[in-house]
Each structure stands twice: as structure tokens, then as C-alpha cells.
Design a protein. Structure first.
Length: 200
């Protein structure tokens, strides 16, 4: 259609009064483009690469399922009594970590037991100061579970964490009591469903 000119409504104030092929820059508005009338081969190499590039964010994911496990110890010092529940790995990147936890009273006990599940990176019981605790990637707990056998308690948390390489996340069970005692030890299970989505 070389040399063909028709009346045109120029887009973007380019000043084009006629539609000549090849088209003037910015002479067609997006509303004037018919669906599927432009294919990737019509685009510049740079724009074609951008259109065809996969969007990795929000698609890459890591998941972990923690089966119901008895929390052996409530009360005392965390590092003296936490129960390892499992681990999972996060590849390099920034992750949105979603954790959903179900506690169950497997045996009847006294009121006031507050179980919790914690996700941590790089904790070291032999270190000192903040290094001992590592990085918190989500903690669920802080509310007392019913003392009646069979009752459940639910909780969830969402955290954003950035790791610089493949990193192991530890999942731990623990808990406290209102009187700082050991009531509830060995009586409460914790199960968790963890989904991490890459956001950066």
C-alpha cells in the first residue's frame, strides 16, 4: 500500500492529517488497533523481547507441609526446648512467605498453654546476642488453646524475606504458659502449610 493516503485522526498531537504508509510516528491510538491485528513480528526487536519475556515474579514458588507433630516442651528457654518440625529451602531472591498453622489439643490439660510455631533463618543456639535468634520468617502463636482434648487453634502469618543464595528455613514448635510453667508439654500438636512466592 505504498503511496496510499487516507484521512486520519492523528494520535498524540503528531500533526498528521493523512494516513500514509509507512505510518507516521504516534499516528494511531491504542483504541484504534483491532484485537490481534499486531503480532510480535511487527514489533521492534527490543519491544518484541519485552513482550515475550516471561514474568517470573509471582510464579516461582516453594511450598512445605508440616504434618501434625507433638510439641515436646512448653515453657523455659526457647533454645533449650524447641521441637524441630521440618525445614525448606528458599532460592536467591525476595519471597513472600505465607504460613498457616493448626494446633490441636491431643490430650486434655490445664488452661493457659500458648503454643507457637516459628520459622527462622540462621539461628544458632551457640551464638550470642541477636545472632542467636537469626532472622524471623514468621511466628504463629501467642493465644491460649482450650484445655479440652480435641480442640483446635488456628493462626497464620505473612512475611517478606530476602535471601542472597539458597537458604534453609527451619520450622520449630515451642510455646509458653501464663505462669511460665511447663503445662501443655507433650500435649499439643502443630501442623503447618507454608507457601513462599517470589516477589523480587
Amino acid at each position: 500500500m505504498v503511496g496510499v493516503s487516507v484521512a486520519a485522526n492523528a494520535a498524540g498531537g503528531t500533526g498528521c492529517k493523512t494516513l500514509t504508509y509507512p505510518l507516521c510516528a504516534r499516528s494511531v491510538a491504542s483504541a484504534q488497533i483491532v484485537d490481534n491485528s499486531i503480532i510480535s513480528n511487527d514489533l521492534s526487536p527490543q519491544l518484541r523481547a519485552a513482550v515475550n519475556a516471561p514474568d517470573k515474579y509471582g510464579k516461582a514458588g516453594v511450598s512445605a507441609e508440616i504434618k501434625p507433630t507433638i510439641i515436646k516442651t512448653l515453657g523455659g528457654k526457647y533454645f533449650d526446648g524447641f521441637t524441630p518440625l521440618g525445614t525448606f529451602k528458599l532460592p536467591k531472591g525476595t519471597w513472600l512467605v505465607n504460613t498457616s498453622v493448626t494446633f490441636n489439643r491431643a490430650a486434655a490439660g490445664v488452661a493457659g498453654s500458648m503454643p507457637q510455631v516459628g520459622l527462622r533463618i540462621g539461628q544458632d543456639p551457640n551464638a550470642s546476642g541477636d545472632a542467636k535468634w537469626g532472622i524471623d520468617v514468621g511466628t504463629v502463636g501467642g493465644v491460649a488453646i482450650s484445655p479440652a482434648k480435641g480442640h483446635d487453634l488456628f493462626g497464620s502469618t505473612v512475611k517478606v524475606v530476602t535471601v542472597t543464595g539458597d537458604t534453609t528455613v527451619g520450622v520449630y514448635g515451642f510455646g509458653y504458659n501464663q505462669d511460665q510453667g511447663s503445662a501443655g508439654s507433650g500435649e499439643i500438636t502443630a501442623a503447618a502449610s507454608i507457601v513462599a512466592v517470589q516477589v523480587g
